[in-house]
Write a protein that binds this ligand. Structure first.
Ligand SMILES: *[C@@H]1O[C@H](CO)[C@@H](O)[C@H](O)[C@H]1NC(C)=O
Ligand SMILES: *[C@@H]1O[C@H](CO)[C@@H](O)[C@H](O)[C@H]1NC(C)=O
Ligand SMILES: *[C@@H]1O[C@H](CO)[C@@H](O)[C@H](O)[C@H]1NC(C)=O
Ligand SMILES: *[C@@H]1O[C@H](CO)[C@@H](O)[C@H](O)[C@H]1NC(C)=O
Ligand SMILES: *[C@@H]1O[C@H](CO)[C@@H](O)[C@H](O)[C@H]1NC(C)=O
Ligand SMILES: *[C@@H]1O[C@H](CO)[C@@H](O)[C@H](O)[C@H]1NC(C)=O
Length: 322
């Protein structure tokens, strides 16, 4: 082979190695560009990735073990990014970009992180049917969030304070996790939150329920070990405000409040025992007060007698003067 041909092959090989071009396998009526077998191993080399100029990308399969900031730089015109099923992702960073929606389903993802720069573009974040075990603190930088779907993951704790600045949040979907604690604090308000999905978790109550969600119009509660006292209180509010309860419990081994099952916990028994003690104390007090009143009467009457006695003595004295 002469030297010319070799160099042409070399140039062709190099440009192929340096730039990776992805083509839509299908574009559906909704404008989704489907991509298959997207393999990006080294994010540093992703300066030369060539994605289709479609606004909606759906990556169906492939391997992107480290979805980092560099990859976002290759997606300037993309608005919606979906990655389904067989796209193996180990590390996932949500970086500031023009994306308004990110949707990750069934990627076996355990964690994700968010770039520490205010991001007002991303409106919808869906990371579902994965294995996310914690919400990263940096999610607080997603200040434009309107819808957050994290259902069917492995969350056991959610700190609502992280969403303080996501003032447009309308939908928070957390069902099918292991959430024991929905952490909040007095004064925290989600003035636009309309839908709160909490079914299939391990919750016993929602802190500041009435104060925190003034715009709530739909809630799902089933399959949680709700505390009966809290649920009774919450149900009063739900009915008064005509908040819709999406789906109901089918079975209940303990007690129903409306169509939702609840549990009487040890705390309940303590409350009740304390209540009984208080009732006893109150009776004691009432009795004492009663006795006290009787005592006062006695004193009063005695005083009266003494007064009369004194008067009589004075009278007698006067009489004796004669
Ligand atoms: C992922 O890529 C980023 C940016 O290139 C790099 O800083 C980071 O170390 C990579 N992480 C892993 C686990 O490879
Ligand atoms: C967002 O889009 C604009 C215009 O389409 C582009 O110039 C810019 O680089 C994009 N920004 C990012 C972070 O991709
Ligand atoms: C997910 O991957 C499996 C195995 O490759 C395949 O059978 C299934 O159809 C895929 N599901 C979706 C929703 O793409
Ligand atoms: C929940 O997610 C797991 C993967 O983590 C998946 O195997 C399972 O099918 C999902 N459950 C439902 C009801 O889709
Ligand atoms: C919300 O924004 C305020 C003002 O920019 C900032 O001080 C505060 O730390 C932010 N809160 C969260 C949870 O990010
Ligand atoms: C007893 O009567 C006197 C005058 O009649 C009165 O000043 C005093 O407060 C009374 N004491 C009691 C304990 O009722």
């Amino acid at each position: 082979m002469n030297i010319w041909w070799s160099s042409i092959f070399l140039v062709a090989y190099l440009s192929h190695a340096l730039s990776k071009s992805f083509k839509c396998s299908v574009i559906n009526e909704a404008g989704f560009c489907f991509l298959e077998n997207v393999v990006i191993n080294d994010p540093a080399s992703s300066k030369t990735l060539d994605f289709p100029k479609q606004q909606i990308l759906l990556i169906k399969s492939g391997s992107i073990p480290n979805f980092s900031k560099e990859i976002y730089a290759q997606l300037p015109g993309v608005r919606l990014l979906h990655m389904y099923n067989n796209t193996a992702i180990r590390k996932f960073l949500i970086a500031v970009s023009n994306l308004t929606e990110i949707n990750l389903q069934r990627n076996g993802l355990i964690e994700f992180d968010v770039e520490t720069t205010e991001n007002r573009n991303l409106k919808t974040l869906t990371i579902v049917h994965n294995a996310i075990n914690a919400i990263p603190k940096n999610i607080r930088y997603l200040e434009g969030l309107e819808k957050l779907f994290l259902y069917n993951n492995s969350l056991d704790y959610v700190d609502l304070e992280l969403f303080t600045n996501a003032t447009s949040l309308k939908v928070l979907s957390l069902y099918d996790n292991f959430i024991k604690t929905l952490d909040s604090k007095l004064g925290l308000r989600f003035s636009n939150l309309q839908t709160l999905s909490l079914s299939k978790n391990k919750l016993s109550f929602i802190p500041y329920f009435v104060e925190a969600f003034p715009a709530l119009n739909a809630i799902s509660l089933r399959k949680n070990p709700w505390n009966c006292r809290w649920l009774e209180f919450a149900m009063g509010h739900i009915e008064a405000r005509s908040i819709q309860i999406a789906r109901k419990d089918a079975v209940c081994r303990h007690r129903w409040v409306g169509d939702v099952c609840c549990y009487r916990t040890v705390v309940d028994f303590l409350f009740q025992a304390q209540g009984e003690e208080l009732r006893n104390d109150r009776e004691q007090l009432l009795k004492l007060a009663q006795e006290n009143r009787d005592l006062k009467d006695v004193v009063g009457r005695l005083n009266e007698s003494v007064r009369k006695l004194e008067e009589r003595l004075v009278d007698n004295k006067a009489d004796g003067e004669v």
